[in-house]
Structure formats: C-alpha cells, structure tokens
Design a protein around this ligand. Structure first.
Ligand SMILES: Nc1ncnc2c1ncn2[C@@H]1O[C@H](COP(=O)(O)OP(=O)(O)OP(=O)(O)O)[C@@H](O)[C@H]1O
Length: 362
C-alpha cells in the first residue's frame, strides 16, 4: 500500500488561468484563490518567468487584487506565479504554465472521417434499452416499502433507447449529442458494459477507459494516492505500471500537494483531474468521455482536450464523447450521432449533424 504519511499544509494558494494556450497577441488572466483552512487575510503578488530565461517581472507590493492580466512579450512558454501572503505570516505560491504560439503555428485539427478500410471497434446493432419504472409516485420510502411488501408495486416500461444502430471505426472521434434525458449516457453505459441492452447487440473490440460517472471506481475514504492505485487496478494496470507512471499521473492532474488528502475532501473538478489523468496515461483502445470535463476549470478542460486530440492523432485510439458543448464536439469529433428521446435522429459528419442539431433551438 502506498505511503500516506506526508503532512498537508493547512492552506494553499491556487492559480487558475482563463486560457493557457495563446496565440501571440492574445492575453490571459491568472486568478488567485486559497483552499484549505485559510488565514483571515491573504494578499497576493504576481510574477512571470519565461522558460529557460530569467525574464521575471514582479508586480509591486502584495495587495488585494486576485486577478492578474498577462500580455506575453513574445512566443514561448511562461510560468505565471501567484505569491500568497497570509496574515499568519506564511507565504506560499502556486504557478501555472502558459504556452504562447506564433500565429503561424498550426493548431490541432479533428481527424478526417475514416475510410471504409478501418476496423470497426464499436458496433451498435439495433439496440434498445427498456427500464422498468414505478408507475405511481410514493410520498416516502416507507410508503414504497409497504407497497413492495404487499406486492402492490406497479411498474411500467420506459424505452430510454429505441432501435439504435451505428458503427465506430478505429481512430475515430465519435460524438453523441441530444437534449437532456435523450439516452446518451445510457448508450455509453451499454458500450462500456455497465448496462446490458434489453434488445439488439453491442460489440466492442479493445480495452476501454470509461470516464462515465465521476467518482466511479474510486473510494472516497481513501487518499488520492491510494485511489490512483485502486482505479488503475480497475482499468487493468499492474502495480509496477502505476509505480512507473505515478509521477506522470500526478503531474498531469497538477495535484502534487494533495496526494495524501482523502478523496472525500476533493472538489468534483479535482476528482475529474485524477480520473482523466489515470484513464489517459497510456493509450486505451477506446476512451469514453461523458461530461467529465464539464466540472473541470477552463485550464483543465483545455489540457484534456489537447490530450484527447493527441490520442486521436495517434490513429490507435477511438474516442467516444458525450457533451452539451457543441463547440467541443465540433473541435474534436469527426462523426456525430444525434439521439433524441431515445430515437436516432441523425448520423453523419460533425458539420452536418451539429448544424442540424443547433437549428432546433433557432
Ligand atoms: N436506471 C434507470 N432507471 C430508469 N430510468 C432511467 C435509468 N437510467 C436512465 N433512465 C432514464 O433514461 C432516460 C435517458 O437517460 P440518460 O441519462 O441516458 O440521458 P442523457 O441523454 O445522458 O441525459 P443528460 O444529457 O441529461 O445527461 C432518462 O429519461 C432517464 O430518466
């Protein structure tokens, strides 16, 4: 079992960027805050350094200002640091990296629509999902159990998915869109093997890293460090493999100072960071992402998006993405399936499906 004896500082500053990946000419903001048992007053000062150089620029004396605007003087990598001066006399700092590209550098693009020779890794064939739901409402759990004991519970069938079919090829980034309650998560759970379809067939070839329900595969009473081993084991990683990649996981999640904290004290965004870092530390055959990114801060979302694009660009990883952010789906996915109230409404290229989906609100 990993060692969990290191002590947590009482409070820590947090540096959050509005944007960490800039094109030269753009600017970003660094927001400072404090987590933990914070002292009554905290004053902040800011400075930046260019990677490999000593171009530091410290702003005057510490003050109340919690937002710092940064205008990069040139393309490159910059470390933006916030120094927090607590009224308890302790000074701590937190940093975040900013990458500034020259405007000519190409940005990552979504993959081309696969040609027919690529192998199908997911085949959804005429799948329906029927849930049995209670046909009457109960005022309390007690009333429910009384009805249950008397065999008076009546159920009705609810079709969450109705005859859905699609195939996803190796190396595709495939999106599922639809309004609330349309059946997207149910579809992902069937693909991930969490639910069994009531009708039809779903076959999957390859290893799956599912990021479906935040916290699934974690024990909230254990520390983050212990959970990395636990969740890694559930994903099929050996202990030696986690030992080898532990620092990469922690570094990606940017939670170095919180490894010995029980997960129950983490925010949902922090849990998402750990879950995403573990799931993507290697190249899974299929990465399933269901709104996991939405709870993360802007900086983390950008980092995950970049990682997803790298995985897709490798050509080996298939990504299945459910998101209410149509912009994200448009940036990442090459094909999209639109499910509406359990029915398949449209299947096609990202541009055509997203354009049609966006037009329902017009
Ligand atoms: N275990 C279950 N028992 C009964 N009904 C369920 C169950 N799971 C999901 N449903 C119902 O199935 C429908 C589809 O749910 P699902 O979570 O798949 O939708 P979604 O498209 O992912 O929604 P959202 O965008 O709001 O997350 C909903 O009406 C939901 O209430």
């Amino acid at each position: 079992m990993p060692n969990t004896s290191a002590e947590m500082p009482e409070w820590l500053p947090v540096a959050t960027l509005t944007q960490s990946d800039l094109t030269f000419g753009e600017h970003t903001f660094l927001d400072a805050s404090v987590i933990g048992n914070a002292p009554r007053h905290v004053l902040y000062s800011y400075y930046w350094n260019i990677e490999g150089g000593g171009l530091g620029d410290k702003t005057g004396t510490p003050g109340d200002q919690t937002r710092f605007g940064f205008i990069p003087p040139c393309p490159g990598r910059f470390l933006l640091t916030v120094e927090a001066h607590g009224s308890d006399g302790v000074v701590r700092n937190a940093s975040a990296w900013v990458t500034v590209r020259s405007s000519s550098e190409a940005t990552l693009k979504r993959p081309d629509v696969s040609q027919s020779d690529a192998e199908d890794v997911i085949s959804v064939d005429d799948v329906s999902m029927i849930f049995n739901v209670a046909s009457e409402q109960f005022g309390s759990l007690k009333e429910y159990f009384i009805a249950l004991m008397r065999h008076e519970l009546k159920f009705k069938e609810f079709r969450a998915l109705n005859h859905i079919s699609f195939n996803v090829k190796r190396g595709e980034a495939f999106g599922l869109v639809g309004t609330n309650g349309s059946g997207k998560s149910t579809m992902l759970k069937i693909i991930a093997g969490v639910l069994e379809a009531s009708e039809g067939n779903c076959s999957v070839h390859g290893s799956i890293a599912p990021l479906i329900e935040l916290g699934a595969g974690f024990d909230m009473e254990l520390t983050a460090k212990e959970n990395i081993y636990l969740n890694g084991a559930l994903l099929g990683y050996r202990k030696e493999f986690i030992d080898e990649h532990f620092n990469d996981i922690v570094e990606f999640a940017e939670l170095q100072n919180f490894m010995d904290m029980p997960l129950k004290n983490y925010s949902s965004g922090m849990v998402a960071r750990i879950a995403f870092a573990i799931a993507t530390i290697t190249e899974p055959d299929i990465l399933i992402v269901d709104e996991t990114l939405s709870v993360g801060d802007y900086l983390f979302q950008q980092k995950c998006e970049k990682r997803i694009q790298e995985l897709v660009a490798s050509g080996n990883v298939t990504v299945l993405l459910v998101s209410h952010s149509i912009d994200l789906v448009e940036r990442i996915c090459n094909r999209v399936c639109w499910i509406e109230k359990g029915q398949m409404r449209m299947l096609g290229t990202t541009d055509e499906v997203c354009a049609a989906y966006k037009s329902i609100g017009a």
